[in-house]
Design a protein around this ligand. Sequence first.
Ligand SMILES: [Zn+2]
Length: 356
Amino acid sequence: MFRTIKQTALQTLRGVGAFEAVSRSDWRRSRLLVLCYHGISLEDEHEWNAGLYIPQQLFERRMRFLRDNHYHILSLEEGLERVKRGDLPERSIAVTFDDGMYDFHAKAWPVVRKYDIPVTVYLTTYHCDFNRPIFRLTCSYVLWKMRHRKLDGRGWADLPAGMDLASPEARHHIMFTLDRHGKAKGMSGREKDGLLAELAERLGFDYGALLDKRILHVMNPEEVKEMALGGVDFQLHTHRHRTPVDAALFRREIDDNDKRLRELTGKKATHFCYPSGVYHSEFVVWLKQMGVTSATTCEAGFVTASSNWHLLPRMLDHMGVTDVEFEGWLTGLRAFLPWRKVVTRDPDQMSAVESV
Ligand SMILES: [Zn+2]
Protein backbone atom coordinates (compact mmCIF):
# COMPACT_ATOMS: atom_id res chain seq x y z
CA MET A 1 0.00 0.00 0.00
CA PHE A 2 2.70 2.45 1.10
CA ARG A 3 4.72 1.39 -1.92
CA THR A 4 1.86 2.17 -4.34
CA ILE A 5 1.28 5.58 -2.76
CA LYS A 6 5.00 6.32 -3.02
CA GLN A 7 5.12 5.32 -6.70
CA THR A 8 2.03 7.39 -7.51
CA ALA A 9 3.39 10.39 -5.61
CA LEU A 10 6.70 10.20 -7.49
CA GLN A 11 4.99 9.86 -10.87
CA THR A 12 2.77 12.84 -10.09
CA LEU A 13 5.74 14.93 -9.02
CA ARG A 14 7.59 14.02 -12.19
CA GLY A 15 4.47 14.84 -14.23
CA VAL A 16 4.23 18.38 -12.85
CA GLY A 17 7.92 19.10 -13.46
CA ALA A 18 9.13 18.81 -9.86
CA PHE A 19 11.90 16.33 -10.79
CA GLU A 20 13.33 18.72 -13.35
CA ALA A 21 13.05 21.75 -11.05
CA VAL A 22 14.76 20.08 -8.10
CA SER A 23 17.47 18.52 -10.28
CA ARG A 24 18.46 22.00 -11.57
CA SER A 25 18.31 23.65 -8.14
CA ASP A 26 21.22 25.03 -6.11
CA TRP A 27 20.18 22.59 -3.40
CA ARG A 28 20.90 19.61 -5.69
CA ARG A 29 23.97 21.27 -7.15
CA SER A 30 25.66 21.26 -3.74
CA ARG A 31 25.11 17.50 -3.42
CA LEU A 32 26.80 14.40 -4.79
CA LEU A 33 24.78 11.20 -5.15
CA VAL A 34 26.99 8.10 -4.80
CA LEU A 35 25.34 5.05 -6.34
CA CYS A 36 26.12 1.65 -4.81
CA TYR A 37 25.99 -1.68 -6.66
CA HIS A 38 27.10 -5.17 -5.67
CA GLY A 39 26.62 -7.71 -8.43
CA ILE A 40 25.44 -7.98 -12.04
CA SER A 41 24.01 -11.45 -12.71
CA LEU A 42 26.00 -13.92 -14.75
CA GLU A 43 22.83 -16.02 -14.93
CA ASP A 44 19.90 -15.89 -12.52
CA GLU A 45 21.49 -14.49 -9.35
CA HIS A 46 18.98 -11.59 -9.18
CA GLU A 47 16.15 -14.12 -8.90
CA TRP A 48 17.92 -15.65 -5.92
CA ASN A 49 19.01 -12.43 -4.17
CA ALA A 50 17.26 -9.31 -5.47
CA GLY A 51 18.98 -7.09 -2.90
CA LEU A 52 22.48 -7.85 -4.18
CA TYR A 53 22.11 -8.71 -7.85
CA ILE A 54 20.54 -7.02 -10.84
CA PRO A 55 20.53 -8.26 -14.45
CA GLN A 56 22.87 -6.63 -16.95
CA GLN A 57 19.94 -5.14 -18.93
CA LEU A 58 18.78 -3.21 -15.86
CA PHE A 59 22.31 -1.95 -15.13
CA GLU A 60 22.66 -0.87 -18.74
CA ARG A 61 19.28 0.89 -18.63
CA ARG A 62 20.42 2.82 -15.54
CA MET A 63 23.73 3.90 -17.10
CA ARG A 64 22.06 4.83 -20.41
CA PHE A 65 19.53 6.92 -18.48
CA LEU A 66 22.36 8.84 -16.78
CA ARG A 67 24.03 9.58 -20.11
CA ASP A 68 20.82 10.34 -22.05
CA ASN A 69 19.68 12.79 -19.37
CA HIS A 70 23.03 14.57 -19.07
CA TYR A 71 23.90 13.75 -15.49
CA HIS A 72 27.46 14.65 -14.59
CA ILE A 73 29.13 11.36 -13.75
CA LEU A 74 32.31 12.06 -11.81
CA SER A 75 34.91 9.71 -10.40
CA LEU A 76 34.50 9.27 -6.65
CA GLU A 77 37.76 11.17 -6.10
CA GLU A 78 36.73 14.14 -8.23
CA GLY A 79 33.19 14.16 -6.85
CA LEU A 80 34.38 14.30 -3.24
CA GLU A 81 37.01 16.96 -4.02
CA ARG A 82 34.44 19.15 -5.74
CA VAL A 83 31.90 18.77 -2.92
CA LYS A 84 34.59 20.11 -0.58
CA ARG A 85 35.50 22.95 -2.94
CA GLY A 86 31.85 23.81 -3.55
CA ASP A 87 32.14 23.62 -7.34
CA LEU A 88 30.13 20.52 -8.25
CA PRO A 89 28.50 20.62 -11.67
CA GLU A 90 24.74 20.20 -11.89
CA ARG A 91 23.24 16.78 -11.15
CA SER A 92 26.44 15.09 -9.97
CA ILE A 93 26.68 11.32 -9.62
CA ALA A 94 29.46 8.87 -8.70
CA VAL A 95 29.20 5.11 -9.32
CA THR A 96 30.63 2.53 -6.90
CA PHE A 97 30.66 -1.26 -6.69
CA ASP A 98 31.28 -3.21 -3.49
CA ASP A 99 33.34 -6.39 -3.13
CA GLY A 100 34.74 -6.70 -6.69
CA MET A 101 32.92 -9.80 -7.87
CA TYR A 102 33.95 -11.53 -11.10
CA ASP A 103 30.59 -10.57 -12.58
CA PHE A 104 31.76 -6.94 -12.48
CA HIS A 105 34.47 -7.88 -14.97
CA ALA A 106 32.15 -9.96 -17.14
CA LYS A 107 28.93 -7.92 -17.06
CA ALA A 108 29.41 -4.44 -15.62
CA TRP A 109 32.69 -3.44 -17.22
CA PRO A 110 31.43 -3.73 -20.82
CA VAL A 111 28.56 -1.38 -19.92
CA VAL A 112 30.84 0.99 -18.01
CA ARG A 113 33.12 1.23 -21.05
CA LYS A 114 30.25 1.59 -23.51
CA TYR A 115 28.87 4.62 -21.65
CA ASP A 116 32.26 5.90 -20.48
CA ILE A 117 31.35 5.82 -16.78
CA PRO A 118 34.09 6.46 -14.20
CA VAL A 119 33.71 3.73 -11.59
CA THR A 120 35.17 2.84 -8.20
CA VAL A 121 35.35 -0.78 -7.03
CA TYR A 122 35.85 -1.40 -3.30
CA LEU A 123 37.80 -4.65 -3.47
CA THR A 124 38.17 -7.27 -0.74
CA THR A 125 41.52 -8.82 -1.59
CA TYR A 126 41.56 -12.17 0.30
CA HIS A 127 38.99 -13.68 -2.06
CA CYS A 128 40.78 -12.18 -5.03
CA ASP A 129 43.81 -14.34 -4.21
CA PHE A 130 41.91 -17.35 -2.81
CA ASN A 131 39.71 -17.44 -5.86
CA ARG A 132 36.97 -19.89 -4.88
CA PRO A 133 33.20 -19.33 -4.47
CA ILE A 134 32.17 -17.26 -1.43
CA PHE A 135 31.11 -19.89 1.11
CA ARG A 136 27.82 -18.78 2.72
CA LEU A 137 26.55 -17.05 -0.39
CA THR A 138 27.25 -20.11 -2.52
CA CYS A 139 25.60 -22.42 0.06
CA SER A 140 22.53 -20.21 -0.15
CA TYR A 141 22.63 -20.12 -3.96
CA VAL A 142 23.07 -23.91 -4.38
CA LEU A 143 20.24 -24.62 -1.90
CA TRP A 144 17.99 -22.14 -3.76
CA LYS A 145 18.83 -23.73 -7.12
CA MET A 146 17.89 -27.16 -5.71
CA ARG A 147 14.85 -25.91 -3.77
CA HIS A 148 12.60 -28.59 -5.26
CA ARG A 149 14.79 -31.29 -3.66
CA LYS A 150 15.29 -32.78 -0.21
CA LEU A 151 18.72 -32.85 1.44
CA ASP A 152 19.78 -36.01 3.21
CA GLY A 153 22.28 -34.81 5.80
CA ARG A 154 22.58 -38.07 7.76
CA GLY A 155 26.05 -38.54 9.19
CA TRP A 156 27.24 -35.20 7.83
CA ALA A 157 27.82 -31.74 9.31
CA ASP A 158 25.28 -32.05 12.17
CA LEU A 159 22.35 -32.13 9.75
CA PRO A 160 19.32 -34.47 9.92
CA ALA A 161 17.85 -36.61 7.14
CA GLY A 162 15.23 -35.58 4.59
CA MET A 163 15.24 -31.77 4.85
CA ASP A 164 12.83 -30.08 2.49
CA LEU A 165 14.48 -27.13 0.73
CA ALA A 166 11.27 -25.45 -0.39
CA SER A 167 11.18 -22.75 2.29
CA PRO A 168 13.73 -19.89 2.61
CA GLU A 169 13.80 -20.54 6.39
CA ALA A 170 14.85 -24.18 5.92
CA ARG A 171 17.54 -23.18 3.43
CA HIS A 172 18.81 -20.46 5.75
CA HIS A 173 18.93 -22.97 8.63
CA ILE A 174 21.02 -25.40 6.56
CA MET A 175 23.40 -22.66 5.45
CA PHE A 176 23.77 -21.45 9.03
CA THR A 177 24.38 -25.02 10.30
CA LEU A 178 27.05 -25.68 7.67
CA ASP A 179 28.73 -22.37 8.44
CA ARG A 180 28.69 -23.12 12.19
CA HIS A 181 30.04 -26.62 11.50
CA GLY A 182 32.93 -25.17 9.48
CA LYS A 183 33.75 -22.66 12.21
CA ALA A 184 33.52 -25.26 15.03
CA LYS A 185 36.00 -27.48 13.18
CA GLY A 186 38.28 -24.51 12.49
CA MET A 187 38.10 -25.24 8.75
CA SER A 188 40.39 -23.48 6.31
CA GLY A 189 39.02 -21.82 3.18
CA ARG A 190 40.00 -24.92 1.22
CA GLU A 191 38.15 -27.23 3.65
CA LYS A 192 35.04 -25.06 3.55
CA ASP A 193 35.20 -25.27 -0.21
CA GLY A 194 35.11 -29.07 0.25
CA LEU A 195 31.92 -28.65 2.31
CA LEU A 196 30.37 -26.75 -0.59
CA ALA A 197 31.40 -29.46 -3.04
CA GLU A 198 29.85 -32.12 -0.80
CA LEU A 199 26.62 -30.14 -0.43
CA ALA A 200 26.42 -29.87 -4.22
CA GLU A 201 27.09 -33.58 -4.67
CA ARG A 202 24.43 -34.59 -2.14
CA LEU A 203 21.92 -32.47 -4.05
CA GLY A 204 22.98 -33.50 -7.53
CA PHE A 205 24.07 -29.91 -8.34
CA ASP A 206 26.82 -29.42 -10.92
CA TYR A 207 29.46 -27.65 -8.81
CA GLY A 208 32.03 -27.89 -11.59
CA ALA A 209 29.79 -25.79 -13.86
CA LEU A 210 29.44 -23.12 -11.14
CA LEU A 211 33.24 -23.03 -10.84
CA ASP A 212 33.68 -22.81 -14.62
CA LYS A 213 31.24 -19.89 -14.83
CA ARG A 214 32.88 -18.21 -11.79
CA ILE A 215 29.49 -17.57 -10.18
CA LEU A 216 29.94 -15.89 -6.75
CA HIS A 217 33.71 -15.52 -7.18
CA VAL A 218 35.68 -12.34 -6.63
CA MET A 219 37.83 -11.10 -9.55
CA ASN A 220 41.26 -12.68 -9.76
CA PRO A 221 44.53 -10.67 -9.65
CA GLU A 222 44.96 -10.65 -13.44
CA GLU A 223 41.47 -9.24 -13.93
CA VAL A 224 42.09 -6.53 -11.35
CA LYS A 225 45.38 -5.55 -13.01
CA GLU A 226 43.73 -5.46 -16.42
CA MET A 227 40.90 -3.23 -15.24
CA ALA A 228 43.16 -0.94 -13.20
CA LEU A 229 45.10 -0.31 -16.43
CA GLY A 230 41.73 0.25 -18.14
CA GLY A 231 40.85 3.05 -15.72
CA VAL A 232 38.82 1.30 -13.01
CA ASP A 233 39.54 2.86 -9.60
CA PHE A 234 40.11 0.20 -6.91
CA GLN A 235 39.69 1.20 -3.26
CA LEU A 236 39.63 -0.28 0.24
CA HIS A 237 37.07 -2.78 1.56
CA THR A 238 39.33 -4.67 4.08
CA HIS A 239 41.38 -7.73 3.12
CA ARG A 240 39.09 -10.37 4.63
CA HIS A 241 35.79 -8.46 4.51
CA ARG A 242 35.71 -7.91 8.25
CA THR A 243 36.04 -5.02 10.66
CA PRO A 244 37.19 -6.24 14.09
CA VAL A 245 36.40 -3.82 16.94
CA ASP A 246 40.06 -3.90 17.95
CA ALA A 247 42.43 -1.17 16.81
CA ALA A 248 45.36 -3.48 15.92
CA LEU A 249 43.23 -6.04 14.06
CA PHE A 250 41.26 -3.33 12.28
CA ARG A 251 44.48 -1.67 11.19
CA ARG A 252 45.80 -5.00 9.91
CA GLU A 253 42.71 -5.44 7.73
CA ILE A 254 43.25 -2.05 6.13
CA ASP A 255 47.03 -2.47 5.84
CA ASP A 256 46.76 -5.93 4.20
CA ASN A 257 44.09 -4.63 1.83
CA ASP A 258 46.11 -1.51 0.96
CA LYS A 259 49.33 -3.48 0.42
CA ARG A 260 47.67 -5.97 -1.93
CA LEU A 261 45.81 -3.23 -3.79
CA ARG A 262 49.06 -1.36 -4.29
CA GLU A 263 50.72 -4.50 -5.70
CA LEU A 264 47.81 -5.01 -8.11
CA THR A 265 47.13 -1.45 -9.21
CA GLY A 266 50.37 0.43 -8.52
CA LYS A 267 48.40 3.04 -6.59
CA LYS A 268 47.76 3.84 -2.96
CA ALA A 269 44.10 3.48 -2.00
CA THR A 270 42.70 6.11 0.36
CA HIS A 271 38.93 5.63 0.10
CA PHE A 272 37.15 2.99 2.13
CA CYS A 273 33.76 1.29 2.20
CA TYR A 274 32.50 -0.47 5.37
CA PRO A 275 31.97 -4.21 4.67
CA SER A 276 28.24 -4.97 4.95
CA GLY A 277 27.71 -1.28 5.78
CA VAL A 278 28.50 -2.00 9.46
CA TYR A 279 30.41 0.67 11.41
CA HIS A 280 31.22 1.78 14.94
CA SER A 281 32.32 5.22 16.13
CA GLU A 282 35.85 3.88 16.84
CA PHE A 283 36.28 3.03 13.16
CA VAL A 284 35.98 6.70 12.20
CA VAL A 285 38.82 7.61 14.59
CA TRP A 286 41.04 4.73 13.41
CA LEU A 287 40.45 5.44 9.72
CA LYS A 288 41.41 9.10 10.20
CA GLN A 289 44.57 8.06 12.06
CA MET A 290 45.46 5.79 9.13
CA GLY A 291 45.10 8.57 6.59
CA VAL A 292 41.98 7.13 4.94
CA THR A 293 40.28 10.16 3.42
CA SER A 294 36.69 8.93 3.01
CA ALA A 295 34.46 6.03 4.04
CA THR A 296 31.05 5.12 2.61
CA THR A 297 28.14 3.35 4.30
CA CYS A 298 24.97 1.76 2.88
CA GLU A 299 22.73 4.42 4.42
CA ALA A 300 20.63 6.37 1.98
CA GLY A 301 21.35 10.02 1.28
CA PHE A 302 23.46 12.63 -0.50
CA VAL A 303 27.01 13.76 0.22
CA THR A 304 27.33 17.46 1.11
CA ALA A 305 30.18 19.66 2.33
CA SER A 306 28.94 19.17 5.90
CA SER A 307 28.77 15.34 5.70
CA ASN A 308 30.94 13.30 8.03
CA TRP A 309 33.69 12.33 5.58
CA HIS A 310 34.03 8.90 7.20
CA LEU A 311 30.30 8.11 7.21
CA LEU A 312 29.24 9.08 3.70
CA PRO A 313 25.78 7.94 2.56
CA ARG A 314 25.04 6.29 -0.79
CA MET A 315 22.02 5.15 -2.75
CA LEU A 316 21.84 1.36 -2.95
CA ASP A 317 20.32 0.40 -6.31
CA HIS A 318 18.70 -3.03 -6.50
CA MET A 319 15.81 -4.99 -8.02
CA GLY A 320 13.28 -3.33 -5.70
CA VAL A 321 14.06 0.18 -7.00
CA THR A 322 11.64 1.19 -9.75
CA ASP A 323 12.62 3.49 -12.62
CA VAL A 324 10.68 6.42 -11.13
CA GLU A 325 12.29 5.89 -7.71
CA PHE A 326 15.72 5.76 -9.31
CA GLU A 327 15.03 8.99 -11.16
CA GLY A 328 13.64 10.48 -7.95
CA TRP A 329 16.99 9.81 -6.30
CA LEU A 330 19.01 11.21 -9.21
CA THR A 331 17.05 14.44 -9.28
CA GLY A 332 17.26 14.83 -5.50
CA LEU A 333 13.53 14.94 -4.91
CA ARG A 334 13.53 11.52 -3.26
CA ALA A 335 15.40 13.04 -0.31
CA PHE A 336 12.28 15.01 0.62
CA LEU A 337 10.12 11.89 0.86
CA PRO A 338 10.22 9.37 3.73
CA TRP A 339 12.29 6.27 3.23
CA ARG A 340 13.20 3.24 5.23
CA LYS A 341 16.85 3.27 6.17
CA VAL A 342 18.73 0.54 4.35
CA VAL A 343 20.92 0.00 7.39
CA THR A 344 18.08 -1.80 9.20
CA ARG A 345 18.42 -4.74 6.79
CA ASP A 346 20.23 -7.95 7.62
CA PRO A 347 23.97 -7.21 7.31
CA ASP A 348 24.38 -10.59 5.57
CA GLN A 349 22.25 -9.21 2.76
CA MET A 350 24.25 -6.02 2.46
CA SER A 351 27.24 -7.49 0.73
CA ALA A 352 28.08 -10.32 -1.58
CA VAL A 353 31.19 -11.30 0.37
CA GLU A 354 31.38 -12.56 3.93
CA SER A 355 34.19 -12.29 6.44
CA VAL A 356 36.86 -14.97 6.57
ZN1 LIG B 1 31.17 -5.97 0.86
